[in-house]
Design a protein around this ligand. Sequence first.
Ligand code: CO8
Length: 258
Amino acid sequence: MSYENILVETRGRVGLITLNRPKALNALNDTLVDEISAALDAFEADDGIGAIVVTGSEKAFAAGADIGAMAKFSYMDAYLTDYITRNWERIKTCRKPIIAAVAGYALGGGCEMAMACDVIIAADTAKFGQPEIKLGILPGAGGTQRLPRAVSKAKAMDMCLTARMMDATEAERAGLVSRIVPADKLLDEALAAAETIAGFSLPVVMMIKESVNRAYESGLSEGLLFERRVFHSAFALDDQKEGMAAFVEKRAPQFKHR
Ligand code: CO8
C-alpha cells in the first residue's frame, strides 16, 4: 500500500512508521491519521512484526493538528468530520506495543499522539506541550485526560492552561517520558527497545499491554483481579514452559509465539 503522509518500513521484527509532512512540521490531518490506522492494521496482521515504532523528524514529532485545515471549521464541521480523531483510538486498540520516538516538537495533537502510544522515548531535543489555549480551543485528542494521568493534575493544569512547553528532562522527571537519549541515537534506541520487545513471546507482550492499560481504565481491586487472571492464563502457553525451562537449563529461551 502506498501512503501520502507517512513512510512505512520494516526493520527486523519492528514496524516503523515515520510521519512525513515536513513542510508543516508533521501537522496531523485526517489522511495522516487514517494512514497510521491502516499501517497499524497491516502490522498487527503481520506475524513477522512484534512491536511498532512511530517517529517524526529531527525538528518535530508533530506540531499538532493542522491549524489551517481547522481554522474555518463550524461546530458541525468539527462534529460531523470528527477531524483527526475518527481513527484515533486505533493507536490504543493496537494489540502490539507502540513506541513513540520523539525529537523536537510534540505539541497539541502531537503530544496527544505520543501519549496514546505505549512508551515514549525522547531525544534530548524533545519539547512537549498542549498549546491549544493560544488558539482559542482546548486539547481534543486526550490531552486533558492522559496528561494528568501521566504527570499529575498540577502539572497537566499548568501545561494546558499556560501553554508552556516541557523539555525532555522535565518530561522524564514528571513521568511522561520513559527515557531520554541523544538526538542522533533516537531511532536506533527506539528500534532496539522495540526489537527487544519483539523477541519475547507475543501473547505475553499483548497480555502485559492489556494489563497495564487496565490500570488506566479501572479501580485497583478490579485491575489486580484482571492481572491475576491473565497471569494464571499465561501457564497455558508453550512459551511459559519454554521460558522457565530455559532459565532452569541456563540457556536462552526460544519462544514459539513470536
Ligand atoms: N498546523 C499547520 N501548520 C503548522 C503547524 C500546525 N499545527 N505547526 C507548524 N506548521 C507550519 C507553519 O505554518 C509553517 O508553515 P509555512 O512554512 O508554510 O509558513 C511550518 O509549519 C514551519 O513552522 P514555523 O515557521 O512556525 O516554525 P518555527 O520553528 O518558527 O515554530 C512551532 C515551530 C513553535 C512548533 C510553531 O510552528 C507552532 O507554534 N506551531 C503550532 C503549534 C500548535 O499550536 N499546535 C496545536 C495545534 S491544535 C491541536 O493540535 C488540537 C488537537 C486536537 C485534535 C482534535 C481535533 C478535533
